[in-house]
Design a protein around this ligand. Structure first.
Ligand SMILES: [Zn+2]
Length: 455
């Protein structure tokens, strides 16, 4: 099945055709590692993880090369160094590790390549030198700047005209720029800040040049897909394009994809508003699959409002699917492909809400089919679809057991009931069943034993 994707650059959805189907390249901007990730930060990794799984299915898993960086040198990291007295390495190592743990809990597979900005400073310096040689950058006392006037295409991704960008572009400490919209490639060293030697003066890289250099070093050439949150279109991705395309004379990426904002109870999540929900904290209350499901419940380009209802609904949705799988506990799955309508929805610019509707229809089928062949197919399709979506990875019994405080007591009752039945003490078996019902537990008897869940 062919995949079609919406391209921010062309403002159109089109059939996706990689330059080389044997090496499909994708880059997603990763976190700045100075703090733990909030749930809004988790939307791009989860969305692009589904895309990566889909590409892997279409082109072969080994033929998809996915890079996601760590920004481990930045103003915010330096501010944290100064506030805590810790080294840059101590801070960035710690938060990179927590990020990896959080992403694993959300079912996000580790990227093939996870470059760190500080390991690519020589590549950044080379890129800046190339821009200086082309006259597209200049050295000022406060650093090296990209000259936006040197790039006639500047603004093509965001659709902003150069004149619009002049207002409000003033950045503190950059008073020696030639034009307000020029942006820093290199920041001149300041006392107490990490700095690297460079032919144009000691200093550290700007954020945008980091991604341009890492993409070139790790993936090379024009990559197939570049992704990130919608807030990165301008200035970050616009500037990545300006730097890379001016230096190399070829497109940086063929398809640009951006996920929509995440709001919290309909307000923008921001540190300054104090309404920030950490992935780490949410995972204490909710299974990772519930958070993942919630993040995929809206189309990736649409805004997503995060609230308690969304989480409760996501849990209920997964319960429905796990319930269907639990009914088929003793069935060996026969199919290893997801249903066509599920696949078609994902291939249509990652239409996850439609894919979810297809999953519900399939769960309905799994709950009613009676012929062994139909049961085996339904289970296989559910598991295959779950795998592509990154959910249903747990055993149904374990899923329903998780978070149930009296699970051990229920297990003991279920076992006692089974023993009573074996001993043909049906009065006792019925008594226990009634006790389980009083606890709100539904028991299902199967060939391999009894399973239960909270009704
Ligand atoms: Zn980036």
């Amino acid at each position: 099945m062919e995949i079609s994707l919406y391209n921010t650059l062309t403002r159109q959805e089109a059939r996706f055709e990689p330059a080389d189907p044997a090496r499909v390249t994708m880059y997603v901007c990763g976190p700045t590692v100075y703090d733990t990730a909030h749930i809004g930060n988790a939307r791009p990794p989860v969305v692009f993880d589904v895309l990566r799984r889909l590409l892997g299915r279409r082109y072969g898993k080994a033929n998809v090369v996915f890079a996601r960086n760590f920004t481990d040198i930045d103003d915010k990291i330096i501010a944290k160094m100064h506030a805590s007295g810790e080294s840059l390495e101590a801070i960035t190592e710690r938060y990179a590790r927590i990020y990896e743990e959080d992403m694993a809990a959300l079912g996000v597979a580790p990227p093939d390549l996870a470059p760190r900005a500080t390991a690519h400073v020589p590549d950044m310096i080379a890129l800046i030198e190339a821009l200086l040689a082309k006259g597209a950058a200049y050295v000022a006392p406060s650093g090296v700047y990209f000259s936006v006037a040197a790039d006639p295409d500047y603004g093509k991704l965001s659709g902003r005209a150069q004149d619009d960008m002049k207002a409000g572009a003033r950045v503190e400490g950059e008073d020696d720029k030639r034009a307000p919209s020029d942006f820093a490639l290199w920041k001149a060293a300041k006392p107490g800040e990490p700095a690297w030697d460079a032919p144009f003066g000691k200093g550290r890289p700007g954020w945008h040049i980091e991604c341009s250099a890492m993409i070139e070093a790790q993936l090379g050439g024009t990559i197939d897909i570049h992704g990130g949150g919608v807030d990165l279109i301008f200035p970050h991705h616009e500037n990545e394009i300006a730097q890379s395309e001016t230096a190399h004379g070829r497109a940086l990426a063929r398809v640009w994809m951006h996920n929509g904002f995440l709001t919290l109870d309909e307000t923008k999540m921001s540190k300054s508003l104090g309404n920030v929900l950490k992935v780490h904290d949410l995972l204490k209350t909710w299974p990772g699959e519930v958070l993942r499901w919630a993040l995929l419940s809206a189309h990736y380009r649409a805004p997503l409002d995060w609230n308690d209802d969304l989480l409760a609904q996501s849990k209920a949705s997964l319960d429905r699917l796990y319930g269907a799988l639990q009914r088929l506990n003793d069935v060996a799955p026969s199919a290893d492909d997801p249903p066509t309508d599920f696949l078609a929805a994902l291939c249509d610019d990652l239409n996850t809400p439609e894919a979810i509707a297809a999953l519900f229809a399939l769960a309905g089928e799994a709950n009613t089919v009676k012929k062994p062949a139909d049961m085996a197919r339904a289970k296989g399709q559910l598991l295959a679809a779950g795998k592509l979506f990154g959910v249903l990875a747990e055993a149904p019994n374990a899923w329903f057991r998780a978070g149930v405080e009296d699970a051990d007591a229920i297990d003991a009752l279920v076992a006692a009931r089974l023993a009573a039945r074996k001993a043909k003490d049906f009065a006792e078996a019925d008594r226990i069943r009634a006790e389980l019902e009083a606890r709100g537990v539904v028991v299902m008897d199967g060939a391999s034993g009894s399973t239960w869940r909270r009704a």
